[in-house]
Ligand binder design. Structure first.
Ligand code: FES
Ligand code: FE
Length: 462
């Protein structure tokens, strides 16, 4: 494969990629403002991802212009995780987060509708909400005092008489995320004006997600707060690993595994452990060992679980597979671990840095002591200083730290395990590969390549 980054050519897949970004991408009036085409010059990434051959060019983790293109073409049009429904109980409850690098406020309006807005004042651009979460009646910018209601309308402007008669406050409300949908309590949003539905974009991945989210009628709630930490490393390293990589477990986490189970022989497990890896055409992925007698590791949680009822609700294949041990990513940057109830977002912060935001979710039906056992188990294993989490973060930072070397950057990475192994296995929906496989990783990057080479809605020519 070639490691050359090519500008989009006139006949190539990028099509109209070199058109200026449309001023109406967010519906905001732009008057006579126009952006020069060079500001949004897109690159054809066909030569950087060889999904059939299982090779990747490291430039996709380090190149600043590719990173900017990701924000435009991968993050802007995709469904991105925003929050859990349990974070909003009364009108005015809010939570601030990011979609790509765009700050957003998620809130419950007076009609109890979850809405999301760009957290940037329409006056001079300051954030109108600087708190991480809370409850409010309106959002007042602390720079000059413009204030917005829970529907995003501009409701108060100091010195309004100083503006011309042509000033129309209705034109200057907060920019709203046009589509917000939830799936079993997980709230996602997209900037795409006409997206496929969230459920449709999840496809068969929903079956695997239900193994964590749908244990009973009551659904899940959040325990504790949101842990946030910064890691050196490109966001895709983490998202990819949660989609496809059980392979690292026995080596990277060997000491942690031996600590938890002193009789275990991690190196033997790599040969003998059986399981499957779900490979989704939209870039999602999940891997899970298969145990006829699956169990939750936190003993209090395990003893509370009604496995008979779970088998009836979810079926044997899910209870013996993705309900407990395993990993998963919903493309592009939402991941989860069923055994811990850990759900997390890998927020991109430039090509070399990610910010991890992690929630612990539990079954609402869990009594307090069981919730607490799960929270502590998650904290000890996959909290920011958890014994497993630190191993993973160290790997991503290590890979990133050397990737800018000129020679290093040109040496391709290998994703060839399980090439051609995907099939319908008759037990799990969609196509699966072996537990130890790079198949979901290849699919993740195939989806990334497809989006990177496809002009987004905001690039339509005028
Ligand atoms: Fe918000 Fe001026 S920047 S009121
Ligand atoms: Fe790990």
């Amino acid at each position: 494969m070639t490691s050359t980054i090519r500008p989009a050519d006139e006949s190539g897949v990028c099509g109209g990629a070199c058109e200026p970004i449309r001023g109406t991408a967010t519906g905001a009036p732009r008057g006579s403002l126009r952006r020069p085409a060079a500001m949004s010059g897109n690159l054809d990434v066909s030569g950087l991802v060889d999904s059939d051959g299982g090779l990747l060019d490291r430039a996709i983790f380090t190149d600043e212009s590719l990173y900017q293109q990701e924000l435009r073409r991968v993050f802007a049009p995709s469904w991105l995780f925003l929050a859990h429904a349990d974070q909003f109980h009364k009108p005015g409850d809010f939570f601030t987060t990011y979609m790509g690098e765009d700050p957003v406020i998620v809130t419950l309006d007076k009609n109890r509708r979850i809405r999301a807005f760009l957290n940037s004042c329409r006056h001079r651009g300051a954030r109108v909400c600087r708190a991480d979460f809370g409850a409010t009646r309106n959002f007042t910018c602390t720079y000059h005092g413009w204030a917005y209601d829970l529907e995003g309308k501009l409701i108060s402007i100091p010195n309004k008489e100083g503006y011309p008669d042509s000033f129309d406050a209705k034109q200057w409300g907060l920019i709203e995320v046009p589509h917000v949908e939830s799936y079993h309590g997980l709230i996602f949003g997209t900037w795409h004006p006409e997206p496929v539905s969230l459920r449709e974009s999840l496809g068969d991945m929903a079956w695997y997600m239900d193994a964590m989210l749908d244990h009973d009628e009551q659904g899940t709630v959040v325990v504790g707060g949101v842990h946030k930490w910064v890691l050196s490393g490109n966001w895709k390293l983490a998202a990819e690993q949660f989609a496809t990589d059980w392979y690292h477990v026995n080596m990277s986490h060997a000491s942690a595994l031996m600590l938890l189970s002193p009789s275990a022989k991690p190196k033997d497990e790599i040969i003998h452990r059986t399981g499957r890896q779900y490979v989704d055409p939209n870039g999602h992925g999940a891997g899970f060992p298969v145990h006829p007698k699956n169990r939750f590791d936190a003993r209090t949680v395990h003893e509370w679980m009604d496995y008979g009822a779970l088998r009836e609700r979810l079926g044997d294949a899910r209870v013996e597979g993705p309900m407990t041990t395993g990993h998963a990513t919903v493309f592009p940057n939402f991941s989860y671990l069923p055994i811990n109830g850990s759900v997390r977002v890998w927020h991109p912060k430039g090509p070399d840095t990610m910010e991890v935001w992690a929630w612990t979710i539990v079954d609402k039906s869990m009594p307090e002591e069981v919730r607490e056992a799960q929270r502590l188990y998650n904290l000890r294993t996959f909290g920011p200083s958890g014994i497993f989490e630190q191993d993973d973060g160290e790997n991503w930072s290590e890979v990133q730290a050397i990737s800018h070397g000129f020679i290093t950057n040109g040496v391709p990475l290998n994703y060839q395990m399980g090439l051609g192994s995907e099939r319908e296995d008759g037990r799990h929906p969609g196509r699966t590969s072996e537990l130890y496989s790079d198949a979901a990783g290849r699919s993740f990057y195939a989806r990334w390549r497809e989006l990177m080479n496809t002009p987004a809605w905001h690039e339509e020519s005028r």
